[in-house]
Write a protein that binds this ligand. Sequence first.
Ligand SMILES: [Mg+2]
Length: 379
Amino acid sequence: MRSPERSRTARVNARPPGGARCENVSNNPKKIRGKGMAQPSDLEDRFRGALLGTMVGDALGMPLEGWTSHRIRREVGEVRDMLDGRLERGSFTDDTQMAAALAEALLAAEDPSRPDPGRIAEWFARLYDPTRGYGENTGKLLEAIRGGEPWQRALETHTIPGGSFANGAAMRVAPAALAGHPSPEAVLRLADLQAEATGHTHPEARFGARFQALAVLEGLRSPRGSEAQQPVAFLAKLIPTPTDALGWAEIPVAFRSAFDWLLRYPEATGDEVERRIGNGVRAASSVPAALWAVLRSPSDPEEVLVRAVSLGGDTDSIAAMAGAIAGALNGASRFPGRWVEALEEGPWGRSRLLDLADELYRRNRGATGSADVVPMGTT
Ligand SMILES: [Mg+2]
């Protein structure tokens, strides 16, 4: 999620701070995990997939942010490899950095069922790096907090009255789904609190974060591969009805019409999605656009991300969200090795993100490793 003026930021090919890459790696979960360690379970691989998918999608979309789909087709063609952009190939942006900060905040929370949004904001501020391309207001908010301004006062000064309607709270929300798993109520509460942290309180931004979090949760809970045959059924499970936790009446109109259109045209092309749903930073465009990319090929994470990036617009955030859902559905081991190998390392790079997924998994399963699931949001 970035403001239009940031899309015109001069390209920087220099490696960002802490951006050293790790060599000789693979998307083989055993190798990612470390020599001699046990193969992750299916659910652990999916936890990792939700965070790795955020990063892979973010990095794949990074060079094309702000481009139209037409320009992508004309100048690059189908995007199947990591490319250099304003950052070096494989670099992540604010989407991944904020997801990492959210994971850290959820793990550090005194009360995991109700983390303090001010504390979450402090974690966002701690990891803040302006070269990653933050939205203008979010950047100002995090700079103020880093400068010592109390969260509540910084929020009053630096956020839009009525709240932002952008996708900032949705693009980073995957850790909330991991922490709250398997309880939808816990996931929704965590999604709300992290949205509040940065003033993403406009109904569309809030709903976008809630919906994206539930989509990741549904991915974690869905049998592997079953959705490939039934994309409409997967969508139907996600779209709220009057009896669901979200409640149909709570759905902002722009989301209702996007969902309605996706249900009627599950085979829609990218051009049609760009025209009818949009590809911009507005949550009501980019969240359903990411979902479309997943629904077209739910069991194939590579195709999901190629489609997500092809839409143009807010490519890094659309692909980060699509990647989080596809990763939860299929697991980290299903992303192409050439993409995973290209990902940036460093303090909050690929390895740290996978560690955070593992820590959330262990917390979620209980310290004893018992099969009984203890969602953080309900303890
Ligand atoms: Mg970004």
